[in-house]
Design a protein around this ligand. Sequence first.
Ligand SMILES: Nc1nc2c(ncn2[C@@H]2O[C@H](COP(=O)(O)OP(=O)(O)OP(=O)(O)O)[C@@H](O)[C@H]2O)c(=O)[nH]1
Length: 356
Amino acid sequence: MPKTSMLQAIWDDGHHYRRSLLRTMLWMIALLAFGLALSNFAAVNGVPFIIVEAFVALYCLVFLWRLPNIQYLRLWSGALLLMVFAIIAGGIATKAMHVDGFFWLMMMPPLSLLLLGLRAGAIMTLIFGSIGVLLLITTQRLEDGTLDVPLMVNAIVSYIAIWAMSYVYETRRLSVIHQLQQVASHDPLTGLYNRLHLETIFKRLLAQHRQSQQFALILIDVDYFKQLNDQYGHEAGDLVLVQLAEQLRRNTGANDWLFRVGGEEFCMLLPQSDAAHTYRLAEQLRQQVAQHSLSYQAHTISFTISIGIASWPSDGHNLDALYRNADAALYNAKRAGRNTTLSSDMPAINHAVNSN
Ligand SMILES: Nc1nc2c(ncn2[C@@H]2O[C@H](COP(=O)(O)OP(=O)(O)OP(=O)(O)O)[C@@H](O)[C@H]2O)c(=O)[nH]1
């Protein structure tokens, strides 16, 4: 799988996972309901059952057909669970099923958790379980009419055990997914988002963006970073990157996004920022970095950055075009002597700013 679609799969995991589970489940229920409807043709008073079973089979088929693009997945899943439960509960209440009805109820905790999530799944599990126990109490009596206590205890304990195991499994699964998402979207050295995540965020911002607003992409590159590594060592280079990331973080607003997109290259997305504001912010950043120094062992290390800016929509309508233009501006900033901020619409030499 290409890296970006693998990342997409991780972001969308909840739905991917539920869809594949549902696909299997829907086929099984549809076939079962269809088979039961057929078998009820021969039964006395079978018509109400045939109607219900045919309806469930039809619901599953429509659900399957709409599954790839369905909007309210949880709502459809919730309705399916209610139908399945109603059939099981109806079977126990009418004594069409006996204790075996409760075996089928054991499916409800894992299905509720996996299809509806932890909270809604736990609530549904509690409701299904309580009704199931009530049905057992009212329908499953010993011959002398007294309560079948061992049956009750076994049913309740096994139902709770299955719910607890499903809950632990689902909680663990969600936490692993969260860790995977963190690893897939973050740079381990600086803790910033990485380049893979830039595309996801850009698409999201563009979808929310109003045509009238401007939007800026800034590329920031450390000057002479190779020399810095060579002179002070790789560890010192890492420290520079970490401190620069911290400075960038301090200069980003609540709506802005920050990424480490290469070795010593960073990217900022500034929604709602016009060209003048973006340029001011970038310049402020450049000056702050130039005035800052850090201590590493017995050394005091100073460094500078060069910045290239591109604005949406004048410099491009998509990420590739904006990035290319910001990169060209950054290249010009380097050629203009480094420690410079340039927008993509500025000629390289005339507008170069490289004073502290
Ligand atoms: N310490 C450290 N160095 C890195 C990391 N990633 C890349 N580098 C180094 O960054 C250096 C980048 O060098 P260049 O692309 O030549 O850029 P530069 O020396 O900054 O030169 P200009 O950009 O032209 O000013 C290379 O020496 C890489 O080995 C990292 O995570 N940590």
